[in-house]
Design a protein around this ligand. Sequence first.
Ligand code: GLP
Length: 241
Amino acid sequence: MVYPTAEAFAESVALRMVEQIKAFPTSVVGLSTGRTTGPIHAAFVRKVLEERVDCLRATFVGVDEVVNVDREYAGACYRMIRTEVLDPLHISDEQFLILPTRSDDWERTFASFNEKLRKKGGIDLLVLGLGENGHLGFNQPGTPFESCINISRMTEELEARIRQETQTPLDVQLAGATLGIMEIMHAKRILLVANGRRKADVVRQLLKGPITTDVPASILQLHPTCEFIFDAEAAEMLEHE
Ligand code: GLP
């Protein structure tokens, strides 16, 4: 689906989220952070409040998290999702499943996260952002498609920015904890969302190119119920064909 403007794009994704929760109030909704989803989250909150949609039985799941920073740091996914979605809707941490920023035992943390997700019945609707290099969550190019929840490297630029913003010393390793490609592919329904010209090339590769670990998002071609939702700029190279 291609929408003419970034606003129409954000509205349409928010509408799908609201419809999901209206139809199935106990839905498990996966959320991504970043520039793309910020306006989507704002539109979602506005619609929920306007239409008085009951979100108190829904569960929200974070796709990924920055590791080794304070979770209250403004760039941590916990804080972004809280500020953008959960705080305005008065949704408690009981209804929010996200990986922690720190753990002494990641294996155990991952097992417990997956167990909690399994008890909820898995993700019903996953709003999934797209990295400019085709990454999903923090699954960078080269990640095997069979990867499960894991700690993954960041791009150098993102690492440098977060290190500077959080004043993290060089001997503390920054990384991303992320749902793996496997957990992402197990979501019952996915909305892959991308807007802006800077995503146009990767959008073309992910839909028209081969399914390859060089472009992690290309695996979504095989997901049975993934909708690809773009604004006109992100879809620019598709329209040229
Ligand atoms: C980060 C996040 C991803 C997100 C992606 C896209 O790497 N870890 O979850 O989907 O960025 O971000 P943006 O929408 O800002 O381009």
